[in-house]
Design a protein around this ligand. Structure first.
Ligand code: ZN
Ligand code: ZN
Length: 275
């Protein structure tokens, strides 16, 4: 039997299962998710609001325990020593203006697909699901991740108008609700757009965001501890530029929180052994 016929049989099987579920009164599954899991196409058996199967959701790679105490960068192979903080090279050189950063998972495989769904298809239930994971992280590290307000990393207004929404806001808004903190969606603005070039070098990434953010005149940020939220942290340059704008306007501290984190060391000359 060829592959074509087995997938035809598979499709027929899925149709039958959907029929049974619909008969059983769980019609919502076949109505809302006729395409199955949006990442692997597996049939979704429960009427969960996130159209991604459990197998995909639980395949997201968590950030390892061996990570930089300040920026949360994964430091695979590093040994955790008692009474000795694990600090990456970028943080030893005091690269970032934010006080700390944390991410839910490594930007890889299914998590890349999930972020793309959030970013391009405005998948709000997925934003809420991510917000729940981030809220759990904040509660776990309550001491060092405490904040007064939640702020999403903004898009330039032209970009946001084009897309119709800011994907960071799809995470930060439900996160603020879960933490019982005010959500300040328009406090920070991007004053200079991202360059049109698709792929930026490391230096270009830092250059493109330097001074590209500012707080809106009259916004109340004085002495506030800010939880700054974005979908992905790659080099840390964006969170850093936002943090600088917030601190210049009088914020007390800034903590970066992202759903995903690039696995590689963000410095131009990565330390061998940390890859
Ligand atoms: Zn799946
Ligand atoms: Zn670090």
């Amino acid at each position: 039997m060829g592959e074509g016929s087995s997938s035809a049989a598979d499709r027929a099987w899925r149709r039958r299962v959907r029929g049974w579920l619909a008969e059983a009164g769980d019609a919502v599954v076949s109505v809302f998710f006729p395409g199955g899991c949006r990442i692997c196409d597996e049939l979704l058996l429960s009427a969960d609001r996130v159209p991604i199967c459990d197998q995909c959701l639980f395949s997201f790679a968590a950030t390892p325990e061996e990570c930089c105490e300040i920026c949360g960068q994964a430091l695979w192979g590093a040994t955790l020593k008692e009474d000795e903080p694990l600090v990456c090279r970028a943080c030893q050189q005091k690269t970032y203006a934010f006080e700390r950063a944390r991410s839910y998972g490594i930007y890889d495989k299914a998590l890349v697909n999930a972020i793309l769904l959030l970013k391009w298809e405005r998948m709000e239930p997925l934003g809420t699901w991510f917000a729940e994971r981030l809220a759990e992280m904040v509660r776990r590290e309550r001491g060092v991740l405490a904040a007064d307000i939640v702020v999403p990393v903004p898009l330039h207004r032209d970009r946001e108008r084009q897309r119709g929404y800011n994907q960071a806001g799809l995470i930060s808004n439900p996160l603020a609700r879960r933490l019982g903190l005010p959500h300040k969606a328009v406090l920070l603005m991007r004053t200079r757009p991202r360059p049109d070039k698709q792929v930026l070098s490391l230096e270009e990434r830092w250059e493109s965001v330097r001074g590209a953010f500012a707080t809106r005149p009259g916004s109340q940020v004085d002495n506030k501890r800010v939880l700054l939220v974005d979908d992905v942290m790659t080099t840390g340059a964006t969170l850093d530029a936002c943090a600088r704008a917030l601190l210049e306007s009088g914020a007390k501290s800034v903590i970066g929180l992202t759903v995903a984190r690039a696995a590689r060391n963000p410095l131009p000359a990565p330390e061998s052994g940390n890859l």
